[in-house]
Design a protein around this ligand. Structure first.
Ligand code: ADP
Ligand code: MG
Length: 708
């Protein structure tokens, strides 16, 4: 292999000491995510400029972007109406005035009278003759380029010429050898001349006669090739993840007839809905197998996910193992804890079993007791916050892990839970617990298919009977007084009210001032009513005390600063007021609204909005509020949220590490997707090395995330 010059993006350690300029370049490239030669090669132009020809001035149309060439006849700085450089260029047929409002002495020198230059820009023709504002100017010395000039997306401090040079150098060094076997390519009508190498080199310097439109709308065969390569890489890496997963082992948890699960079912004060029965059966079938379940349970707020988790936990305990349930906040965890104790402890007690409780704020002694229950196996069920995954927590035999509000946890936390089986005192590294992730924010099907292929999904698409739909109203901030009247009316009927204040980005202090003021104003407006305040800076014990008063019905109104405590379940609460609703995300609003309408009483949600200094709400804020008024269906809300935010934000790519598609578009490239889906298994079976190279080339280190 020929010796390669050190790449500008290569890490320190290359022979020559790195100059400041090289360090700055490496930093800028890193910002663009360009680390490897292949990354540079795949950094495609966002558009092209045609510098391959010269247009005579008298053939240029008004408004057209052209390149002209001529001799400088005048070069003067004038001060009226403001300082500017005026250059007169004569191309033999006509003259054009070049106008610069900002310029350097070096530019003035390059544009000295008598010089021959090329200028590229938009021509304006008018009474005063042709003009160009701030054209790109180069000396007319060399031959014209023979390819379109690519323009790349860049960051501050990295100029187009430098980036262009770096990209082309990366392209030249990168290994672009074919990874897709001909047998698969022959199935699609793409000419084999368009392989990765020829496609990339074409896209980085297309011939002057290339149809720009096909480059811009990505219909050109070179683009098609990239799309199919990218989709194939994605399908391959998901399939790899799936196969690795299928090779894992977990303790089978069959439901014993008449066992704990059946007893729990019989003891419940309600019958399961049809949807609950269906997902319970799906989960039961999964955990009865010796392969770890990876299942996402999605169901709207209030759809009854907790009891589904409890039934799975009962099966784990019945089989002689343990279950851990993790929730993102202490209040949520405690609520689960209380409910599960109520349901399960009477059934566990005869066997000398307990439910353990783990949180960060726990007293040392209590914590030590709980840890002992967990490691001895006496606690069949362990409920808690992040405290559950800490290193000190050793399970005797964790066979089922349930994560509530799974989107609030990261990949690392999920992995930590999965490692808890191997970490047991007599642990077995080849085994993992079954994993049940719960969410009230459904993932739209198209996204689920392409990004969560290794995940099975169960859906509760039905609410328990007897719920009354929540009426949602938009109310302008100016009519706040009317809202207070509404609150009073609800309180008079013995109902309770939530008032949520927005999170003010990066300023918890401001948050608090606003909530404190609202709390004071409501206390004054509602004499004789206990108005509580809950905010993120309160100690857990204080929060608990406030929540207890609200749950017991003694507190009429609960003002809350943040949305941390969204899981609370108080059926008597019938009104939810959300202040500055325009600042909340759509799924947040929907989740908050789900706190009311849990009982039989008619419930309402008031979205108080303010346009601030603007005459009207911004477009996305308006779309969110409109969606809230128009639908109460969590799936429809999720679909609209996807429309409003786009898939990148929806998936929280940075947090989840899910590799987003850069070239292919799932909505339109369905043929390529189908091809990639059918090709991936055959390629992995018959050409494992090519498959590995293909995935490494396209995904870099990112494919690891898929396994979580
Ligand atoms: P979420 O899915 O939002 O976590 P929960 O599990 O908290 O919902 O359930 C909401 C409420 O509905 C709880 O009080 C729960 O006990 C109750 N519930 C769950 N399933 C049913 C059912 N089939 N019939 C009646 N009430 C139910
Ligand atoms: Mg819940």
């Amino acid at each position: 292999m020929p010796a390669r010059p050190p790449s500008p993006a290569s890490p320190p350690g290359s022979s020559a000491p790195r100059s400041d300029a090289a360090a700055a370049l490496a930093k800028a490239l890193a910002k663009l995510g360009l680390h490897r030669d292949i990354d540079l090669a795949l950094h495609l132009p966002i558009r092209y400029e045609d510098e391959t020809r010269i247009t005579p001035l008298n053939a240029a149309r008004d408004g057209e972007t052209v390149q002209i060439e001529g001799t400088v006849r005048g070069c003067d700085v004038t001060y009226r109406p403001r300082r500017q450089l005026l250059v007169v260029l004569d191309d033999g047929g006509d003259t054009c005035t070049l106008r610069f409002f900002s310029f350097y002495p070096s530019q003035q020198k390059a544009l000295a009278v008598g010089n021959r230059v090329r200028a590229r820009g938009e021509v304006r023709t008018g009474f005063a003759g042709a003009t160009m504002m701030h054209p790109t100017v180069r000396s007319a010395g060399g031959p014209l380029p023979d390819a379109l000039t690519p323009v790349y997306s860049t960051v501050a401090g990295l100029s187009q010429p430098v980036l262009r040079k770096t990209v082309l150098a990366g392209l030249a060094r990168a290994d672009l050898s074919e990874t897709v076997p001909a047998e698969f390519l022959s199935k699609i009508g793409l000419k084999s001349a368009w392989n990765l190498e020829s496609s990339l080199s074409f896209l980085h310097h297309p011939a002057p006669d290339a149809a720009l439109a096909t480059l811009e709308d990505h219909s050109h065969p070179a683009w098609q090739r990239l799309k199919l390569e990218e989709l194939l890489a994605q399908q391959l890496s998901q399939l790899q993840a799936r196969r690795q997963h299928d090779a894992l082992r977990a303790p089978p948890l069959p439901a014993a007839a008449g066992g704990l699960r059946d007893q729990l079912l019989a003891a419940l004060p309600f019958a399961l809905t049809g949807a609950q029965q269906r997902v319970v059966a799906e989960i039961a079938a999964d955990i009865a197998r010796p392969v770890p379940m990876h299942r996402l349970l999605q169901g709207d707020v209030g759809s009854g996910k907790t009891v589904v988790a409890a039934l799975a936990a009962a099966a784990a305990i019945d089989a002689g193992h343990q279950c851990a349930l993790m929730a993102p906040t202490e209040i949520l965890a405690e609520q689960h804890f209380r409910k599960l104790i109520g349901w399960l402890e009477p059934l566990l007690a005869p066997f000398g079993q307990r439910v353990a409780w783990l949180t960060g704020s726990q007293k040392k002694k209590e914590r030590a007791e709980m840890l002992a229950l967990v490691v001895s196996g006496e606690a069949g069920l362990v409920v808690g916050t992040h405290a559950v995954i800490q290193d000190q927590v050793l399970f005797k035999s964790l066979a089922l892990a349930v994560i509530d509000e799974q989107h609030r946890f990261g990949v690392a936390q999920r992995l930590a839970l999965r490692a808890k089986m191997a970490a047991a005192p007599d642990g077995d590294a080849s085994r993992e617990p079954h994993l049940l992730m719960m969410t009230a924010t459904p993932i739209p099907r198209t996204l689920a298919m392409s990004y969560y292929a290794e995940l099975d999904v169960s859906t509760i698409d039905e609410l328990p009977p007897g719920r009354t739909p929540v009426v949602t109203r938009l109310v302008a901030e100016a009519r706040r007084d009317e809202v207070v009247e509404r609150i009073r009316a609800q309180l008079d009927q013995g109902r309770q009210v939530y008032w949520v204040c927005p999170l003010i980005e990066e300023s918890e202090a401001l948050d608090l001032t606003n909530a404190t003021a609202t709390h004071a104003a409501l206390s004054e407006a509602l004499p004789g009513v206990l108005v509580g305040l809950l905010h993120s800076r309160m100690a857990p014990a204080e929060k608990k005390a406030v929540m207890a008063l609200f749950t017991a019905g003694q507190m009429g109104v609960l003002v809350s600063t943040t949305v941390i405590e969204v899981g609370v379940d108080v059926p008597n609460a019938s009104l939810m007021v959300i202040e500055h609703a325009e600042r909340f995300g759509l799924s947040q609003l929907h989740q908050l609204r789900g706190r009311v309408g849990r009982g039989a009483a008619a419930s309402a949600c008031v979205l108080l909005y303010s346009t601030g200094d603007a005459p009207r709400l911004g477009e996305t804020a308006r779309a969110r509020l409109k969606a809230m008024v128009e639908t109460a269906d969590g799936f429809e809300i999720a679909r609209r949220d996807l429309d409003i935010r786009g898939p990148g934000e929806f998936l929280g790519a940075r947090q989840s590490g899910a590799p987003l598609l850069r070239f292919a578009d799932l909505a339109t490239d369905t043929d390529w997707l189908a091809w990639a889906q059918s090709t991936a298994p055959a390629m992995l079976d018959r050409h494992p090395e090519l498959a590995a190279r293909h995935v490494a080339r396209w995904m870099g280190g990112r494919s690891d995330f898929l396994k979580a």
